[in-house]
Design a protein around this ligand. Structure first.
Ligand SMILES: [Zn+2]
Length: 364
């Protein structure tokens, strides 16, 4: 089995177009055409992860955080990122990242975060907007099916749990080829009226170039007529953060104990009135300060995230508890999702988790 087949499986569950615009999910380096010998799942790419993969004869490393995130100006073994890329290429490893595509996803990181705390009625805190576009094209009646099939295969027409979604209406199209044209139907300087089908389907905006290329490749007309519309729809199942409710209201103090136990916390920082009852809980793994106001507007009693700055703690006037549990602590369990996905679906290679990863912050 090739590495690309494993990656395709993961990207069907957590498509790359779910990632945030600033992100760099997917292959970081290496050739995914090679046969897989095993997979190692880690939180961060590190020299330890690479050594462990080499020692276990494992040529696919899947990390939550990307290795290449900001601009990379050189690849030399004299600094950590360069050293890791250097070694990965020398040992024919593929480095692959599942970052905000798995944070944002259905059954992804933030969903598991909420589940761990026992929340019910879990919803996305900040649903993604304008993720999709609509393609409308016109084809001669009877010629539309191969075009539609090719567009479906390219990723068009998927809505939630449904694929191959389209709408088709019949009508009349007119055109007049110029003398320089090479028309599929009709002849130069004669206006034609043709039975045509108007086809509508949505697609993720991230694959727009591929969609247009596919349309041109499979459409019989020399100049296919098509429109692309921006859609404002927000997708309720995809986006950062989660919000849900506890089955029973709980005193904040008791809920803090649940957090400590379920998220393996040694300590965390809070602001707000902690002498209160909690029922509605919002979470965002990693750095989620930008969602404090959204959590407050959604009526959360507490918002749990990481990397909260001093002034952010007071941005909602202490009317909601803000808890900073740390960046690592709100995301490290994402490894479980990736590991379980591979274990449940692939028995022909071994998957291992890199043990011993820590937040890197030492309490003194
Ligand atoms: Zn992170």
């Amino acid at each position: 089995m090739k590495i690309k087949e494993v990656i395709s499986h993961l990207e069907r569950k957590f498509p790359l177009y779910w990632q945030e615009e600033y992100d760099n999910c997917g292959v970081q380096c290496g050739d995914k055409e090679q046969e897989i010998t095993g997979a190692l799942v880690c939180f961060n790419f590190s020299e330890k992860a690479i050594e462990e993969a080499i020692a276990n004869n494992t040529n696919l490393i899947i990390s939550h955080h990307p290795l290449i995130f900001k601009g990379l100006q050189k690849i030399e073994p004299t600094f950590p990122t360069g050293r890791m890329i250097f070694k990965a290429i020398q040992h024919k490893l593929v480095l692959y990242s599942m970052h905000t595509n798995i944070d944002n996803g259905i059954e992804g990181g933030n969903w598991l975060f909420a589940k761990k705390l026992g929340l019910k009625e879990i919803k996305v805190l900040a649903p993604k907007e304008a993720l999709f576009r609509k393609l409308v094209f016109y084809a001669p009646n009877g010629e539309e099916v191969p075009i539609i099939d090719a567009l479906f295969a390219a990723g068009c027409g998927a809505i939630g749990n449904y694929i191959n979604c389209s709408f088709r209406t019949e009508g009349k199209g007119t055109f007049q080829p110029l003398t320089s044209a090479n028309p599929f139907i009709g002849q130069a300087d004669v206006t034609e009226m043709v039975d045509e089908v108007r086809v509508e389907m949505i697609f993720p905006k991230a694959i727009q170039q591929k969609v247009i290329k596919t349309l041109y490749c499979h459409h019989p007309y020399e100049e296919p007529a098509f429109d692309i519309f921006a859609l404002e729809n927000s997708i309720s199942q995809i986006g950062l953060g989660s919000i849900g409710i506890l089955p029973q209201p709980m005193r904040a103090e008791d809920f803090f104990s649940v957090m400590k136990q379920e998220l393996n916390l040694q300590y965390f920082r809070v602001s707000g009135k902690i002498d209160r009852t909690i029922q509605k809980v919002a979470v965002c793994g990693g750095s989620g300060s930008s969602f404090i106001r959204m959590a407050f507007a959604a009526g959360a009693d507490i918002f749990i995230t990481g990397d909260v700055k001093y002034h952010d703690f007071f941005s909602v006037d202490n009317q909601m508890i803000i808890a900073d549990i740390g960046h690592f602590e709100g995301e490290s369990f994402i490894k479980e999702i990736i590991y379980n996905e591979l274990k449940e679906n692939f028995s022909n290679f071994a998957t291992i988790i890199l043990e011993g990863e820590k937040s890197g912050i030492i309490l003194v």
